[in-house]
Design a protein around this ligand. Structure first.
Ligand SMILES: [Zn+2]
Length: 275
């Protein structure tokens, strides 16, 4: 069991890069305030019990919400198992919500991700029911504070950022999923639904939010002065150069992954083995 307290409201309870949960998990955040709690993202579902244990150790036994930023397996795969253990309404935006419920490997981007060695070959996405379809601008009450959904089709067509307004004391805190990262990085990947044009058309919704903290779906967080990191990506899309992308930094080499080579290579390999 382990967790990292990031500020008075937000605790990191999952994430492979931190050694908090499965190596394949993206960051999983626990928001607890006024006697209520929510998760933002849920990991892959490879070992969801570790995340559940971390939440309990952080002092929370019951969730009100499990906010999903998008359908990719490293963020959404654990939602069903965690709801079973800790309760909570699972929320996601269309069309990703439908993928969480019934998307095939191709639509989820899992086939390509497996070939890249991102997930173990045996991994299967644990589909689960989404309780609430998130709509842009809707605000969810949480322990006297509010969490607002901002849909940003970009990294995936149903990507959502969640804006926690912690008032004068805590400021605005943005859970950005894989839309934008510290340093103004973005995540443009070769997956169905990840569209450069969508990034160009929608990322400006994150301009002018005056966010203090940025909690992305991977790697480091930013606790103060975060808006300029978000704005760096927004501004890049006003010009002709792409912002730096996260992908080359974020792919873990899973030790027991066995990427399937194209059929031509497979023939070549068996030929070599015989020789
Ligand atoms: Zn993603």
């Amino acid at each position: 069991m382990a967790f990292i307290r990031l500020n008075p409201l937000v605790t990191l309870v999952g994430g492979g890069v931190w050694g908090l949960s499965s190596e394949c998990d993206g960051n999983v955040y626990l928001v607890a305030t006024g006697g209520e709690a929510a998760l933002v993202d849920a990991g892959t579902g490879i070992d969801p019990g570790r995340i559940v244990d971390n939440v309990r150790q952080a002092g929370v036994d019951r969730l009100r919400y499990i906010f999903l930023t998008h359908a990719h397996a490293d963020h959404a795969g654990g939602a069903g198992a965690i709801r079973e253990a800790l309760g909570g309404e699972v929320l996601a935006a269309e069309p990703d919500a439908t993928l969480v419920e019934s998307g095939d490997d191709e639509a989820l981007g899992l086939s390509a991700a497996r070939r890249s060695g991102i997930y173990p070959a045996r991994y299967r996405f644990p589909h689960t029911r989404v309780d609430t379809r998130v709509a842009d601008g809707v605000t969810y009450p949480l322990g006297g504070l509010t969490v607002q959904a901002i849909t940003v089709p970009s990294h995936s067509p149903g990507s959502v950022c969640y804006l926690l307004d912690a008032g004068a004391g805590g400021g605005r805190q943005l859970f950005s999923g894989d839309v934008v990262f510290v340093g103004g990085r973005v995540s443009i990947i070769n997956a169905p639904g990840c569209e450069l044009a969508a990034y160009r058309n929608h990322i400006a919704k994150l301009a002018g939010l005056d966010v203090q903290a940025l909690f992305p779906g991977h790697l480091v967080v930013r606790l103060t002065g975060a808006q300029r990191h978000v704005s760096a990506a927004v501004n890049a899309f006003q010009g002709s150069r792409l912002p730096p992308t996260l992908v080359s930094l974020s792919i873990p080499e899973h030790p027991d992954s066995t990427p399937e080579p194209p059929s031509g290579q497979r023939v070549l390999r068996s030929g070599r083995a015989r020789g």
